[in-house]
Design a protein around this ligand. Sequence first.
Ligand SMILES: [Zn+2]
Length: 122
Amino acid sequence: MNQRQVRMFRKLLKERRQELLDEADRTVGGMSNTGDNFPDPTDRASLEGNRNLLLRIRDRERKLLVKIDEAMERLEDGTYGKCESCGGPIGVERLKARPVTTFCIECKESQEEGEKRPGARR
Ligand SMILES: [Zn+2]
């Protein structure tokens, strides 16, 4: 991966990171000002459902944030874009679509194949 690509992915990851943080901010803001707006018990129940949903989203966002941070570290130490499984290069197009990925498409596909049908015929 050349310097130009490193810079491009650094920018891409920073943008993703900022988007996630903005999103998390909005989620927290939305949670704190809904308190007195739903006095009806039925509405409160559905509000609880929404809250659980928001918490799940935030959990997913938090995990993605960690992945973005790890990807940025890999960019700095020069291992970004290298497949964790086979050590081969991950295609730049694949990285653009999924900048936090650590597997090349071949390894990812064979992994998913294994998850779907453990022990199945090839
Ligand atoms: Zn691989």
